[in-house]
Design a protein around this ligand. Sequence first.
Ligand SMILES: [Zn+2]
Length: 362
Amino acid sequence: MTTRTRNDQLFQTYVVGSLPRPRWVRDVIEDRRDGRLSTQDADRLLDSAIPSAIAMQERAGLTYVSDGEWRRESYIKVFSEHVDGFKLEAVPSVSRVVKEPAVVNPLRQRSPLAADAARFLVKATSQKSIVAIPSPYILGWRTWHAEYSKTAYPTREEYMEACVPILQSEMRALADAGVDHIQIDEPWLLMLVDPEHRKRIGATDMEKQIELCVKMVNAVTEAAGDVPTSMHLCHAHFNRQRYSEGGYEPIIDALGEIKVKRFAMEFAAPQSHGVDVLARFPKSKILGLGVIDHCDAQVEDPSTVVARVEAALKYVPPARVTLNPDCGFSPSTQNPMNFDEAYLKLASMCKAAEILRERHGR
Ligand SMILES: [Zn+2]
């Protein structure tokens, strides 16, 4: 029995967050955003839809399940959905496919970002729960725009600092809601390694940016108390295209300074340049190894996933390795991805975890 418990705790499987939404769910969110549907009516409809997202993940065999992030238009917009002070649909996103909010007035929180949704999830699943919130650093880059935001917050950094107390109180609310794991979404730390991306956003001093990101994420993480935390890094994607390129070398040492317990990192993507960098992965941290390429429509065999994990085991021992897809399957409602494909990919990942427990458990 002891052996079984120990084996079950190895190679735990997580989602990064979002799942593709059925078209009618996407319409509910967009109708809510555009005022055609009240928040209360949208909540009632989403309450009926989300149990199917949870059941899918449970059937796939995941240790940690999310609500598919079906209540939020995107992992960034969840902030402006619950905090006043934004001009919505103000500026084109990095992918230029959707429009994003810009902060125009001092922030004022209207409702919990994710704590109500988390209570629903915790009650609805028999598995462990994971809930994500955006980092103040990425909110600064995505929702502060000189043209619109200077009156409310003269600098991007001042705006990031203003996001911190809101996110800290959300961390405490998520802990109170009984969430098993909180993830901080911060893809831009990895995207900074790409010189093209730095040029696109006008970030000239990479070292200074890394320092600022670490400071912002740590300010929020501390509020989680005893609840385990992750930080998610990736290259960002839309319509099966990634938006940056580059391995983790320039930021791998910074990971050791970040106070989360675990990092959910994109590694199946060719843009990550392989797992050799894990030789420098901090020994005090848990690795969330990205083993599913959500941009590739081909469903990976469990044997492919096993091989990806065993390549990483050269550098990180089984006790510190967990499995996840490279990213959320659909971080915004507009991102066209396939629900059944996500199910098959998650099921394959979970089957691979079983094989790995047999092979590497004691
Ligand atoms: Zn991601």
